[in-house]
Design a protein around this ligand. Structure first.
Ligand SMILES: *Cc1c(COP(=O)(O)O)cnc(C)c1O
Length: 371
């Protein structure tokens, strides 16, 4: 009997909290607090506390959060910013928005995050910052990266769009660099019911600048001090996120639980590379990434059995047409290229049942064995 298992199921996630979300909607409607306002401010306080940092600044997307993080550090034309070859395109496009040049570095073959051993060689006198992506929900190797950044006087910006609640020891992602950008795109571990993002930092002077820049660079009404943007967060999203944040810990635990079920069911297969979790760290499994050979064939067979998987990401950053100006070619970043060819993202979300995880794993094993 064939079943349909979607890659992501937001309806099931929202069903148990629908009453709370509806109340939030009615409150915002009755107050008309549609842009910024008290619900956004309350969420900013709660989210900063969740991360353990002093400030969070709500914006309209993770991409805007990355852009403003760099602008707040004075990054612009003539500067270089280091970023990994395997990430969502926004990480690197945001560098270009500032006028700076992205400098791409390969990833670690186990964690798939930026490889610290290759950062040093990419640093020039123009380098201003390293953007670290906590890919798939696992923190990058921050100890090594911090040491490199400090010895070259570089800023670290965390792209924590996939890592809400991930940590190393007692330090959460978002509290490991100088500034962090979060996305609350609906499919992220903490998602709005629409678009949203936030910058998190402990640097008060940057907080003030970012708050101003997201709102047309104003310092007081009508006084446009900085070059600014309309990057404000919607009132509705602030209200929805405030409610959903209360459940994030529980949702992360469910994801971690699904991940260990997968690992137990799939670890006897030697044709599959399972995700590696670094010691003393919490991986929140935004993506459960496995590597297989002849990936496209396997994906097709999974789909025929009603199992909808994803690929994160089918093309490494340096081989996208819109990165042509960086003049890279096939072979420049072999680890990222290998992941782009072999990665499958198995369905993972807080409401995925044990029965579904069994069904997915059994089918994957069958397909791999008969391949
Ligand atoms: C989702 C994502 C972004 C962009 O966030 P948006 O809210 O969609 O703008 C940036 N970086 C990474 C790694 C992401 O996964």
């Amino acid at each position: 009997m064939s079943r349909e298992i979607p890659f992501l199921e937001l309806k099931d996630l929202h069903a148990p909290i629908m009453g709370e979300l509806e109340t939030a909607f009615k409150n915002v409607m009755s107050e008309s607090s549609f842009s910024s306002g008290p619900h956004v401010e309350a969420f900013e306080r709660d989210f900063a506390e969740f991360v353990g940092a002093s400030d969070a600044i709500g914006v309209n997307s993770g991409t805007s959060a990355l852009h403003l993080s760099m602008l707040a550090c004075g990054i612009g034309i003539g500067d270089e910013v280091i970023a990994p070859a395997m990430t969502f395109i926004a990480t690197v496009s945001a560098i270009k928005y500032t006028g700076a040049k992205p400098v791409i570095v390969d990833i670690d073959p186990d964690t798939y995050c930026i490889n610290p051993k290759q950062i040093e060689a990419a640093i020039t006198e123009k380098t201003k910052a390293i953007i670290v992506v906590h890919l798939y929900g696992q923190a990058a190797d921050m100890y090594a990266i911090r040491a490199i950044a400090d010895s070259h006087n570089l800023v670290i910006i965390e792209d924590a769009a996939q890592a809400h609640g991930a940590s190393i020891g007692k330090t959460n992602c978002g509290n490991m660099g100088d500034l962090a950008a979060f996305s609350f795109y609906p499919g992220k571990n903490l998602g709005a019911c629409g678009e949203a993002g936030a910058i998190v930092t402990n640097d008060r002077s940057k907080t003030e600048k970012i708050r101003s820049m997201r709102d047309w660079g104003q310092l007081g009404k009508g006084n446009h001090f900085y070059e600014g943007f309309n990057y404000r967060m919607d009132g509705l999203q602030g209200a929805f996120l405030g409610i959903k944040l209360k459940y994030l810990k529980q949702w992360s635990e469910s994801r971690i639980n699904v991940a260990s079920l997968y690992k137990n069911l799939l670890n006897k297969s030697d044709t599959i590379k399972l995700p590696y979790t670094r010691e003393n760290s919490v991986h929140v499994f935004h993506i459960f990434a496995v590597l297989v050979s002849n990936r496209d064939e396997i994906l097709k067979k999974m789909k025929a059995r009603g199992i909808h998987c994803g690929i994160h990401y089918p093309t490494p950053i340096h081989l996208h047409n819109n990165m042509g100006d960086l003049s890279h070619k096939v072979g420049d970043f072999p680890v990222a290229e290998k992941v782009s060819k072999e990665e499958i993202s198995l369905p993972i979300h807080p409401s995925l049942s044990e029965k579904d995880v069994n069904y997915i794993s059994e089918n994957l094993k069958y397909i791999l064995d008969s391949n």
